[in-house]
Design a protein. Structure first.
Length: 190
């Protein structure tokens, strides 16, 4: 798979019923998961200005307070032609508003090559995860042991050619009282 010789990986936290969002926010707060997300999407390096590349939909960007993630190139997909102007992103370095996933992936892959980054991260939401699945090599899911009955965004079903490559032990978050585990899925190669 991959895109222009760059690994495409998805990262999300999902409930037992695949919920990833409710009212344009995460349905829980697990600080270890947020640290895991930052660690996965940021390459530790002092030399590089950009330490990671993320692609997200407009709603995901807005769920983060319409602020780009630091130290990462942020690609935001929106069909609104004036979205960059609306959000004051026109001159924002390391933030790119694209109008479709293919353009975002093409630009991100080009940037990845120049910045010597091996992975482009797809970070949501539901439609972007689904549309990017055909290019995805690896999926990093935090499985949160809860059902969200009134969620409104869901992670797509994993295609059959993804298998568990690595799995953490079950952990517990004292604040939220939720159990969770980190699971890495990789696409089978024939």
């Amino acid at each position: 798979m991959s895109y222009a010789h760059t690994e495409v990986a998805q990262i999300a936290a999902i409930s037992s019923n695949r919920c990833i969002g409710k009212d344009n926010a995460l349905p829980w707060h697990i600080s270890a998961d947020l640290k895991h997300f930052k660690q996965m999407t940021t390459k530790q390096s002092d030399a590089d200005d950009i330490q990671g590349i993320v692609i997200m939909g407009r709603k995901t960007f807005e769920s983060m307070g319409s602020k780009p993630l630091p130290k990462r190139a942020n690609f935001i997909i929106s069909t609104q032609m004036d979205y960059a102007e609306q959000k004051g992103l026109k001159d924002n370095e390391n933030t790119y508003v694209m109008h479709n996933l293919d353009d975002a992936l093409t630009q991100a892959a080009s940037l990845a090559h120049g910045a010597h980054l091996e992975t482009i991260w797809i970070i949501g939401g539901e439609k972007v995860f689904k549309d990017a699945m055909m290019y995805t090599d690896r999926i990093e899911l935090t499985h949160v042991d809860t059902d969200i009955k009134d969620g409104d965004a869901f992670y797509p079903e994993l295609p059959d050619d993804f298998v568990v490559a690595q799995e953490s032990e079950q952990m517990h978050d004292d604040k939220s009282k939720l159990d969770y585990r980190f699971v890495t899925y990789k696409r089978k190669t024939d």
